[in-house]
Structures are given as C-alpha cells and as structure tokens.
Design a protein around this ligand. Sequence first.
Ligand code: FES
Length: 254
Amino acid sequence: MARKFLFRIFRFDSEKAENPYFQDYYYEEEKDKVVLEALMDIRNEQDATLAFRYSCREAVCGSCGLVINGEFELACRKRLNSLKTEIIVIEPLPNLPVLKDLVVDMEPFWQALEMIKPYVMAEEEAVEEEKEKSLWLSSPGYRIEEKEMEAIEPFTNCILCGCCYSACPVVARDERYLGPIALAKLYRYIRDPRDQRRFRDWEKIGTSAGLWGCDTVFRCNEVCPRQVNPAHGLLALRRRYLWEKIKQIFRKEK
Ligand code: FES
C-alpha cells in the first residue's frame, strides 16, 4: 500500500536576501524508495527550484550527506520504509555555509584535508630509481603486508561525505579546527609503510586547531555512515605524535 509522507525541507538561497525557512511537500511513495529518490521526484514533479547534491546514488561518492529527522545520513542509502514517522524533516549538513537549500559549501572541509597532504609521500629518489629499473609496481619495497593494511584500512573506507566534520562540536565553535577525518587521514598516511614523510612535515598539527583540539566526545564515530571511526585514528595519531616527541628529546640529549 502506498505510504504518504510530508517532507519538510530546509530552503535558503545565499544569493537572495531572505531568511531560511522550511517548505512542506506531500509525497506518496508507490514502491520502496530511498530519500534521494523521493527528493528527485519532488524536484521533478513539484518544485524544480529545489537544490540538493548527489552523484553516484550508491553510497560511494559521499555527496548526498544530509540531516534527516535529526540523524546524519546518506540520502541515497536511507530507505523511506526505515523511517518510523510520516513527517520527514530534511536539513543541510551543519558547520558548513549553505549555498542553496540542501547544498553546502564544502570548501572548509576540503581545505582541512589539503592541509594534511592526503597522499602517500614516497621518497622521490627511491621511486625514480625503481621506475628506471622497471620494477616500480613489482618491487617488494612498495607492497604492504596484510597486517599493515589492516591498521590503515578503516580510514581508507572514508567517502569524504563530511558528516563527521559537520557533526563535530569542536568545528562548530572553532573554525580553525581541522576536524576528525583530516586528522584520521593523516594517521592513515603516516602509518602507511610506503609513506616517507618526516615528523617535521606534520609536527605543526600539534596545536588546539589540530591534534589537541578534539574533545573526545566521539560524535564523529557515531555519525559516520561507513563506520570509519575517525576518532580512533585521531587518538592513534596523538600517541604517535607523543612518541615522536619523546624520540626527539632523547636525540637532543645525546
Ligand atoms: S549519491 Fe553518492 S554517496 Fe549518495
């Protein structure tokens, strides 16, 4: 039997001088659908001005993160039949400026990621040498042991949806804070045996805007749609940081 819903959707246009408001749309679900499909139907049949973001529709690209009835969700994964109520309140991700309706400006999130240089930093010379020998892909020097992979794998599952950044209470009060996933990603790279970055390359994150800013309330772990547990990465990074600092002290004392 068709189920009837009331969608109460956040509306705002940053290019117009208007206050944000909620607009109601009635929607009848004929077959089992996800929230993203319902939003597409509403846009196609009722209001072409409604803005929201999506791409893969398979919980892979991370572009459809929203707050649905107060919960952080991927709209392409959240099924209407999993909702216990017929009133569905949809809001954009908090902690990020709203551009239009449900579309937020992800720039602060991308900037935080850029800060930590989110890629494996191989030692240039070594890579070039191996390439010359045509052994680059087959060299044992560039393989990861299964055990090593297990340590970094959770953080490679992140789809960069920004839910953890949006839900973070520290980001909400301090815009300098890098946020959970940037720091967990940094741990992912320094823990990677192929990464050759030195401590001095990332030591600067040992501030209240970086490593020491986290309140450890684990909100990021709760809201992550991929169970990445960014706070675990962040805490591991703290331990690594302290270890490197201790090593630095002993090196100086010699
Ligand atoms: S549309 Fe790609 S994750 Fe939802």
